[in-house]
Write a protein that binds this ligand. Structure first.
Ligand SMILES: CC(C)(COP(=O)(O)OP(=O)(O)OC[C@H]1O[C@@H](n2cnc3c(N)ncnc32)[C@H](O)[C@@H]1OP(=O)(O)O)[C@@H](O)C(=O)NCCC(=O)NCCS
Length: 200
């Protein structure tokens, strides 16, 4: 197939051909962002995650945060939030963030939007001097964008992660040489540090 031809599979068109618009969210995006989380996470979880996002936007201990939206046409189709974490019990100070939560509108899932949001966020965080980024998520998904299990590298999660889910607690360095040199315990913002966000 010639290099620039459009793939017949709809999902792949966006994945390979179309550059998404991704920008920092604004105050006026907030309701739409909540709506995306409500729809993506479903009836039971959705409203709880929408509230988590709302609360994180007001959590001073989560700052600086990075909130990005993906736009298709005029519509916001995806959102990602990174918030500040502290690494305690460490010998050196280190700048770190956690990815949570992220959501793509159901009709736009599996088209590469999530991956683009993650990568754009990591690039912006790197530019602002962030050295480590954590995530608690599916071990089949996040390693595609560079995350690797964090527990075995010496990064303790805010709450105990059961052995069978240990790989869900992940990290990646944005600055080479940090992993291996710095270990410690991760303390999230006040809102994200609530135990309900760390149960299955
Ligand atoms: C998870 C989510 C953010 C991924 O975004 P996305 O744009 O759909 O993902 P991408 O297009 O970048 O990647 C799609 C691939 O990831 C896989 N994937 C998506 N969610 C996954 C999950 N929870 N576990 C494992 N793999 C997953 C898809 O099967 C697909 O695989 P393929 O490329 O082999 O077909 C999105 O599906 C979503 O909003 N889900 C509901 C909310 C949620 O679970 N958020 C994440 C927790 S914070």
């Amino acid at each position: 197939m010639p290099k620039n031809s459009i793939s017949p599979e709809k999902g792949k068109d966006i994945k390979k051909e179309k550059a998404l618009e991704i920008r920092k969210s604004t105050e006026s995006d907030k309701l739409e962002i909540e709506n995306i989380h409500t729809k993506a996470f479903g009836e039971t979880e959705g409203p709880k995650i929408a509230k988590l996002v709302r609360d994180l936007f007001h959590d001073k201990t989560a700052m600086p945060l990075l909130s990005l939206v993906a736009i298709e046409g005029e519509k916001i189709i995806g959102h990602i939030l990174y918030t500040k974490v502290k690494i305690t019990q460490t010998t050196e100070p280190v700048s770190a963030q956690i990815l949570a939560p992220m959501a793509i509108l159901p009709d736009f899932q599996s088209k590469g939007v999530g991956a683009q949001l993650i990568k754009k966020g990591l690039n912006l965080l790197k530019d602002s001097g962030v050295e480590l980024v954590f995530v608690l998520g599916h071990p089949g998904y996040y390693p595609r964008t560079g995350f690797t299990p964090a527990g075995v590298l010496g990064y303790e999660a805010p709450y105990h992660i059961p052995e069978e889910h240990a790989d869900a607690w992940m990290v990646q360095e944005l600055c080479s040489g940090v992993i291996g040199r710095i270990k410690g315990a991760v303390q999230c913002s006040d809102i994200l540090n609530q135990p309900e966000h760390w149960r299955e």
